[in-house]
Design a protein around this ligand. Structure first.
Ligand SMILES: NC(=O)c1ccc[n+]([C@@H]2O[C@H](COP(=O)([O-])OP(=O)(O)OC[C@H]3O[C@@H](n4cnc5c(N)ncnc54)[C@H](OP(=O)(O)O)[C@@H]3O)[C@@H](O)[C@H]2O)c1
Length: 383
């Protein structure tokens, strides 16, 4: 992946021998020129180009194929690497799949895809390494385990597993003399974020600005890794920022943090960002009140009735606050899921006008709940 290649390039002056594990089977070397000529924009061409660039820079880069979640494939790849390159000095586990998406919308399959390379992948590596222990196993975890983040539930859980694994295995020598889990803050490289936040352009733009300002550079990343590996506890946070700065970024910057505490004053609101939807002003009191709560909680100067909540910079944290305000004003017990299902003022207003027009769980009206309770009591009496 991106960081693995960047670190390999950083190591070039040491002329290292690297076994690069990838789940893609590359064409044999004697076909590389043909592949580059025939499909220059294909994924194979991209990987071949990266390998050639590394080799030209002095890295002895050997590609191996295995899905890291497949214990047999990982064992076979490690054995082959051992045979061809000699004993390994260490294994860096960087395989990962970006999470991204509100828990309410995550399917089991999508969450499993995020968990697999970190959990099943680490266990498969451990199984293979038990037969051939190495001096070092370094796991690439993420600081989301400490600071949270937008739609990161499965990703945070996957990385928390790495941290726990390192704490449990370091010093046992069963698979490696040292097992470290480095929980990285955002790197300057941004492919990860670009993919994970494809549905939230405003948030993504803010995250990219943050990465450009406070992200970890390739050189700083290698420096941190070298120091962590040389000495230090099995679980380390490596950030390009202070923990407070990263926390503010992850949970929502300035205005959103204030929002949780009760709204952003009108003079400090930012202009409505450019959106795919043209601005359309609220058309009745219901829409007007919902838009005002959003403006107040999101710190945006005006909200159109078709503006998507998450494109305005909304996060699940702010969503909780919005829902609490709207529940109290309209006397209806809304659930956060209602906002995720109806993420515009116009769509939410429909729910206010007809509260029964939504999934009964988790957001039910008090009246509906009372009705349900009455029916349940009557049924018990009849029995
Ligand atoms: N970039 C950051 O800012 C950042 C911050 C904190 C932590 N990290 C961690 O650092 C690691 C590397 O990140 P990155 O930015 O380099 O991401 P990346 O470019 O997406 O690389 C991840 C790589 O893992 C591979 N992979 C996923 N599942 C696999 C599997 N089952 N078997 C084999 N390979 C698999 C992917 O292969 P495919 O191309 O086939 O999908 C991809 O090449 C990740 O574990 C991430 O959690 C990154």
């Amino acid at each position: 992946g991106e960081l693995a290649l960047a670190l390999a390039a950083q190591l070039a002056p040491l002329r290292p021998r690297l076994a690069l594990l990838h789940r893609r089977t590359l064409p044999p070397t004697d076909r590389w020129d043909t592949v580059l000529a025939e499909h220059p924009r294909g994924e194979d061409a991209r990987v071949i180009g990266e390998l050639r660039a590394l080799r030209a820079a002095g890295v002895e880069a050997h590609p191996f194929t295995a899905d890291v979640t497949d214990p047999d494939a990982v064992s076979a790849a490690l054995e082959e690497a051992h045979e061809r390159l000699g004993p390994l000095d260490g294994v860096l586990h960087l395989a990962g799949v970006a999470g991204g998406g509100l828990l309410q919308h995550r399917t089991r399959e999508r969450a499993d895809a995020v968990l697999a390379p970190k959990i099943a992948g680490t266990l498969a590596l451990a199984e293979a390494l038990r037969r051939r222990p190495v001096p070092l196993l370094a796991l690439f975890s993420s600081a989301v385990t400490a600071v949270g983040g937008f739609g990161e539930t499965d990703y945070a859980a996957a990385n928390a597993f790495l941290d726990a694994f390192a704490l449990a295995h370091d010093g046992t020598g069963a698979i490696a003399d040292r097992v470290v889990s480095v929980a990285w803050g955002p790197w300057r490289r941004d492919r990860w974020q670009t993919e994970a936040l494809a549905d939230a352009p405003e948030l993504r733009a803010r995250m990219l600005r943050y990465r450009a300002r406070s992200g970890i550079s390739d050189a700083a990343g290698l420096d941190a890794l070298t120091r962590v590996v040389a000495a230090g506890p099995p679980h380390v946070y490596a950030l390009g920022d202070t923990l407070d700065g990263l926390t503010a970024q992850a949970t929502g910057t300035g205005p959103e943090v204030e929002a949780a505490a009760g709204g952003v004053p009108a003079e400090r609101r930012r202009p409505r960002p450019p959106l795919r939807t043209p601005y359309l002003a609220p058309r009745d009191d219901t829409e007007r009140h919902i838009a005002e709560v959003w403006q107040d909680q999101l710190g945006v100067d005006r909200v159109g009735v078709h503006d998507p909540f998450f494109e305005l910079g909304g996060t699940s944290l702010v969503g909780l606050s919005v829902v609490a305000h709207l529940s109290s004003h309209f006397g209806i017990e809304f659930a956060p899921a209602n906002l995720f299902e109806r993420p515009t003022v116009a769509r939410f207003a429909e729910l206010v006008r007809d509260p029964d027009d939504h999934t009964p769980e988790p957001g039910t009206t008090r009246a509906a709940r009372r009705g349900e309770r009455r029916r349940a009591v009557a049924a018990r009496r009849r029995r």
